[in-house]
Design a protein around this ligand. Structure first.
Ligand code: RP5
Length: 162
């Protein structure tokens, strides 16, 4: 797959069951990626180092997932111009609404493209990263069009009894 172009970062190992949805979409589309645990609170120096190096390393999008006081996507967006796609991880206490609000309400100047709460949001983050890359990658654009067509074709016209 070549040089890593998408970074998937998350605040904790416990986020991985959600965030691997993004990884599997990138795998399906043949996009080279990496996954790292980078916590805004527990490993702030790791966050800073990752953000400082991101553009020079050739990353074209960063998918950042976190739950609760989910500061990781916003802090990463403050450190790099590489587009950050935020995934609010579902939490037990507040069902991920805490994560969503923490990620979506960025101040003017430092956007985070915020997805839905949970697994669907993580999968969509993978697709959003793919769509960003496809703007300048015609071969990927073709794979993405085929992926979307296959999804459409898989939807039956009529419901059936389960
Ligand atoms: C956040 O706290 C992580 O992103 C995770 O969603 C949440 C809970 O982390 P653990 O206590 O499971 O490590 O930083």
């Amino acid at each position: 797959m070549g040089e890593v172009s998408v970074g998937i970062i998350m605040g904790s190992q416990s986020d991985w069951p959600t965030m691997r949805e993004a990884a599997s979409i990138l795998d399906e589309l043949g996009i080279a990626h990496e996954a790292r645990i980078v916590s805004a609170h527990r490993t702030p120096d790791r966050l800073w180092d990752y953000g400082r190096a991101a553009a020079d390393r050739g990353l074209k999008a960063i998918i950042a997932g976190a739950g609760g006081a989910a500061h990781l996507p916003g802090m990463m967006a403050s450190k790099t111009r590489v587009p950050v796609i935020g995934v609010p991880v579902q939490t037990r206490a507040l069902s991920g609404v805490d994560s969503l609000y923490s990620i979506v309400q960025m101040p003017r100047g430092f956007p985070v493209a915020t997805m839905a709460i949970g697994a669907a949001g993580a999968a969509n983050a993978g697709l959003m990263a793919a769509q960003i890359l496809a703007v300048s990658d015609p071969a990927l654009a073709e794979r993405l069009d085929a992926w979307r067509a296959a999804l459409s074709a898989s939807i039956p016209e009529e419901p059936r009894d389960e």
